[in-house]
Design a protein around this ligand. Structure first.
Ligand SMILES: CC(=O)N[C@H]1[C@@H](OP(=O)(O)OP(=O)(O)OC[C@H]2O[C@@H](n3ccc(=O)[nH]c3=O)[C@H](O)[C@@H]2O)O[C@H](CO)[C@@H](O)[C@@H]1O[C@H](C)C(=O)N[C@@H](C)C(=O)N[C@H](CCC(=O)O)C(=O)O
Ligand SMILES: Nc1ncnc2c1ncn2[C@@H]1O[C@H](COP(=O)(O)OP(=O)(O)OP(=O)(O)O)[C@@H](O)[C@H]1O
Ligand SMILES: N[C@H](CCC[C@H](N)C(=O)O)C(=O)O
Ligand SMILES: [Mg+2]
Length: 489
C-alpha cells in the first residue's frame, strides 16, 4: 500500500511523497523493518517521539507524531495527527485488513472475560464460527492461546482479527479494558454492539479518579459504537444509570438486562449447590433456565452475553436456551474438586474489592459450614485496595488466609501487612502453595474454600522473575494429598 492511500487517516500523507510501499505499522521503534510506519506515542515511561531517529535508522517509511511532538530532521516524512494512538489503530486496521463480520466488545470492572466467553459459547451453539479475545487468551475453532493483555495492542489485535477472518470466523467477542479504551486500542474495530457489566474500584494506579475511570469505559459507547447500535447494559449496578444516560445521549439503542432490566428481566433465581435456576422474561415471554454455574454474578454475566447475542441476530429463545450449556471461563469460580466430606474448592480471579465481595457472597447460600478464603494482593498495583480487601474478607469469610499474589518488585510481607491491618483474625502464610495446603487440609463437611486472585494465571511473579505456579494445580495436589492421608489413616 502507498502512503498516500492512508491520507484519510494521516492527512499530511497526501503530499508527503514517499512512493515506496508501506508494509506494516508499529509503535515500537525496535520492531521497525524497512517499509514500516512508526507511530510515536507518548508513554508512561518514555515519549515515542524520542525514538523517531531510531525508527528512521531501521528503514521506517514514515513517522507519525502528535501535533506538538518535537522531531529533528530525520530525512523521512513526519506526519502530524491529533491522536497518534488512534491513528495507530486505524492504520493497523487498514494494513492488516479483515475483521469478523459481527464483532462485539464488553467493558466493566468485573465480568468481561466471562461475558466474552459466554457470548462466544452462545454463538457456537447456533453453529456459528465464533471467537473470544481477552484476559484468558484467544479461543476460536481449533485454537486456544493463553493470553496476556485484556485488550491486545492494536497491531497485535488487527493481525489477529485478520487471521481469524481468514480462518472463517464470522463472530467475535472481545474485552475492552479501561487501559485499552483510554489508549485507543479499539478505535479501528468495527463493532456491531457493546456491553457494560458494572463499575467498581480498579486501576486507581492508572486513573486519577473513579470518574476518570468511568469516562474511559464510556468511550466504548460514546465514541466507538456507531449511532443506533445496541448497547447492552447491566441494569442493577450503581453505575448502570449514568452509563444508560451516556449511551442514550450518544444515540445508541439501549437494552437493559438484570432484575431491573427491560430487554431481559430477571424475575426469580433459585440457588442450588453448583447450579441455579433463573426465570428470565424476554419480550413478554417467560423462560425458565437451568444454569450449571454458581454465583449470582454469573447470572448477570450470562444476561449481558445473551443480550449481546440477541442484539446481533440470535433469536431470544435460542440465546436463552444456550445459557443452560454455558461453561465458566477458566478460573472464574471454577470448581476444582471436593474433599472426601464433600467440601467444594473453587479457584477464582477476584483480585479487586467488588469481585472478592461478590464471590464470597456467592458461595454463602450453599455453605452450611465455614467460608474459607485464601488470597493476596498484587505488587506494583493499586495499594489502596489492600485494606479494603482485608476488610471484605474478614467480614464475609469465617477463615481468612492472607498469602502472596505476584508481589513483583514489592516486599511481599509489606503487601500482606497492608491487608492484615483490616483482617486482624487472619492467618498469614506467604508461600501460596503452603497457604492452599493448609486451607484444604482443614476443610470440614459443609465448608467452602475459595482460592482467589490468580484464576487462570500460570505464574507467580516475584521480583522480576515469573515462576510456574497454578492455583488449579496446587488445589488439585492438596486435595489428592488430603485424600491419600485419609486413606492411610
Ligand atoms: C501502563 C500501560 O498501559 N502501558 C502501555 C503503554 O506503555 P508505556 O506508556 O509504558 O510505554 P513507554 O515504555 O513509556 O514507551 C512509549 C512508547 O515508546 C516506544 N518505545 C520504547 C522504547 C524504544 O526503544 N522504542 C520505542 O519505540 C514504546 O513501544 C511505546 O510505544 O503503551 C504501550 C504501547 O501501546 C502498551 O503496550 C503498554 O501496555 C503494557 C504492555 C501493559 O502492561 N499494559 C497493561 C497495564 C494493560 O494494558 N492492562 C489492561 C488492563 C488489564 C485489567 O483490566 O486488569 C489490558 O488491557 O490488559
Ligand atoms: N458480574 C460480576 N460482578 C461482580 N463480580 C464479578 C462479576 N463477574 C465476575 N466477577 C468476579 O470477578 C472475577 C473476574 O471475572 P472476569 O474475569 O470475568 O472479569 P474481568 O472484567 O475480565 O476481569 P479482569 O479485568 O481482571 O480481566 C471473577 O473471578 C469473579 O470473582
Ligand atoms: N491484569 C491485572 C491482573 C491482576 C491479577 C492479580 N493476580 C495480580 O497480580 O494483581 C493486572 O496485571 O493488574
Ligand atoms: Mg478480563
Amino acid at each position: 500500500m502507498k502512503l498516500s492511500e492512508l491520507a484519510d487517516i494521516l492527512p499530511s500523507a497526501a503530499n508527503a511523497g514517499g512512493a515506496e510501499d508501506v508494509t506494516g505499522v508499529t509503535a515500537d521503534s525496535r520492531a521497525v523493518v524497512p517499509g514500516t510506519i512508526f507511530v510515536a506515542v507518548p508513554g508512561t515511561k518514555a515519549d515515542g517521539a524520542s525514538f523517531a531517529g531510531d525508527a528512521a535508522a531501521r528503514g521506517a517509511a514514515a513517522v507519525v507524531v502528535g501535533e506538538t511532538a518535537v522531531v529533528g530532521d530525520i530525512g523521512l516524512p513526519v506526519l502530524r495527527v491529533a491522536e497518534p494512538r488512534s491513528a495507530l489503530s486505524h492504520v493497523a486496521a487498514r494494513l492488516y485488513a479483515g475483521q469478523p463480520e459481527t464483532m462485539v466488545a464488553v467493558t466493566g470492572t468485573s465480568g468481561k472475560t466471562s461475558v466474552a466467553a459466554f457470548t462466544r459459547q452462545i454463538w457456537e451453539q447456533q453453529g456459528l464460527a465464533a471467537a473470544s479475545i481477552g484476559t484468558t487468551g484467544v479461543v476460536a475453532p481449533g485454537r486456544n492461546d493463553y493470553g496476556s493483555l485484556t485488550t491486545p495492542d492494536p497491531v497485535a489485535l488487527h493481525k489477529l482479527l485478520a487471521e481469524l477472518t481468514r480462518s472463517g470466523v464470522t463472530h467475535a467477542s472481545m474485552e475492552a479494558s479501561s487501559h485499552g479504551l483510554d489508549q485507543h486500542r479499539l478505535d479501528g474495530v468495527k463493532l456491531k454492539a457493546a456491553g457494560f457489566t458494572n463499575l467498581g474500584r480498579d486501576h486507581m494506579d492508572y486513573h486519577p479518579t473513579v470518574e476518570d475511570y468511568h469516562r474511559a469505559k464510556l468511550r466504548l459507547f460514546t465514541e466507538l459504537l456507531p449511532k443506533g447500535a445496541p448497547a447492552v447494559i447491566f441494569a442493577d449496578d450503581p453505575f448502570s444509570q449514568p452509563t444508560v444516560e451516556a449511551a442514550r445521549s450518544a444515540g445508541l439503542d439501549v437494552l437493559t438486562v438484570g432484575r431491573s432490566g427491560e430487554f431481559l428481566r430477571l424475575t426469580r433465581v433459585e440457588h442450588e449447590r453448583h447450579r441455579q435456576r433463573a426465570e428470565i422474561v424476554a419480550d413478554g415471554v417467560i423462560h425458565e433456565i437451568d444454569l450449571s454455574l454458581a454465583g449470582d454474578f454469573q447470572i448477570s454475566n450470562a444476561l449481558v452475553a445473551a443480550g449481546l447475542a440477541i442484539a446481533t441476530g440470535t433469536p431470544a429463545s435460542n440465546a436463552l436456551k444456550a445459557l443452560e450449556n454455558l461453561k465458566g471461563a477458566p478460573g472464574r469460580l471454577e470448581l476444582i474438586g471436593t474433599t472426601k466430606t464433600g467440601a467444594p474448592v473453587y479457584v477464582d480471579y477476584a483480585h479487586k474489592p467488588e469481585a472478592l465481595e461478590n464471590v464470597l457472597q456467592a458461595v454463602r447460600p450453599f455453605t452450611t459450614g465455614r467460608v474459607v478464603v485464601v488470597f493476596g494482593c498484587g505488587g506494583d498495583r493499586d495499594r489502596g485496595k489492600r485494606p479494603i480487601m482485608g476488610e471484605i474478607a474478614s467480614r464475609l469469610a469465617d477463615i481468612v488466609i492472607v498469602t502472596d499474589d505476584n508481589p513483583r518488585s514489592e516486599e511481599p510481607a509489606a503487601i500482606r501487612a497492608a491487608i492484615l491491618e483490616t483482617a486482624p483474625g487472619a492467618t498469614e502464610i506467604g508461600d501460596r502453595r503452603e497457604a492452599i495446603r493448609l486451607a484444604v487440609s482443614n476443610l470440614k463437611a459443609g465448608d467452602t474454600l475459595v482460592v482467589a486472585g490468580k484464576g487462570h494465571e500460570e505464574g507467580q511473579t516475584i521480583g522480576s522473575q515469573t515462576y510456574p505456579f497454578s492455583d488449579h494445580v496446587e488445589v488439585r495436589k492438596a486435595l489428592d494429598e488430603v485424600a491419600a492421608k485419609g486413606e492411610a489413616a
